[in-house]
Design a protein around this ligand. Structure first.
Ligand SMILES: C[S@@+](CC[C@H](N)C(=O)[O-])C[C@H]1O[C@@H](n2cnc3c(N)ncnc32)[C@H](O)[C@@H]1O
Length: 200
């Protein structure tokens, strides 16, 4: 049961192997994760944690490919936390490159993409759970939760993101994913309005 914390900084999750571009206390492997391949084996980890790291990546799709490669298929877990695109925290850091939404991983699933654009990448995950949070997980005060706004946003995430995200901005979005094997027999693009040439 090996656990990897990518972009761990000084807050490495207990019991994990920490990797970061910068050598700091707790960092076990120093590696610039934009350089691929990463120095880890296929299916090496039962869990990969990415706490406030993916928003620092310009090419998240390549990073997802590496996360997918090194996590045990069908049983492994990928725990992601990142700032929501509506968050003051997203725009407050000049090193942030990619914003995230509730829907960010839909195109990387076989079943959760109502648009049909899941042919963009062969890398696929199962979305086990996801959650919009209106305060940091360790915050003592979360009035948005008391007012029921956090509940309603998670109950109706598309409505929330379309109409209310900039009125009641949330803080972060969390995902629990499982990497799954590529299904060679899967019929892509039954829904997308524009089919790429390679699917004709
Ligand atoms: C906001 S900090 C998060 C640290 C920690 N995970 C936490 O939750 O407190 C982002 C971390 O990602 C690291 N990072 C950013 N880009 C990186 C890259 N290309 N390769 C490796 N680490 C990177 C930074 O050095 C930094 O420690």
């Amino acid at each position: 049961m090996k656990v990897l914390d990518i972009g761990c900084g000084v807050n490495k999750v207990e019991g994990s192997i920490g990797v970061d571009a910068v050598k700091m206390p707790g960092v076990d492997v120093v590696h610039d994760l934009s350089l691929i391949p990463w120095p880890f084996e296929d299916d090496e980890f039962s869990t990969v944690i990415a706490n406030h790291f993916l928003e620092h990546c310009a090419d998240v799709v390549s990073i997802l490919g590496e996360i997918h490669r090194i996590t045990a298929k069908d049983v492994g877990k990928i725990r992601i936390r990142c700032p929501h695109y509506s968050s003051w925290n997203y725009f407050g850091d000049l090193t942030h490159k990619t914003p995230f939404s509730y829907r960010s991983f839909n195109h990387f699933t076989y079943s959760d993409d109502p648009t049909g654009y899941n042919y963009y990448s062969p890398i696929k995950f199962r979305i086990e759970s996801r959650k919009l949070l209106f305060a940091a997980p360790d915050a003592k005060l979360n009035p948005w939760k008391w007012l029921g706004i956090e509940y309603l946003a998670n109950r109706f995430p598309s409505l929330y993101e379309r109409l209310f995200a900039y009125i009641f901005p949330c803080t972060e979005v969390q995902f629990l994913l499982t990497p799954i094997e590529n299904r060679s027999d899967y019929n892509f693009s039954t829904k997308a309005s524009v089919k790429p040439a390679f699917l004709e």
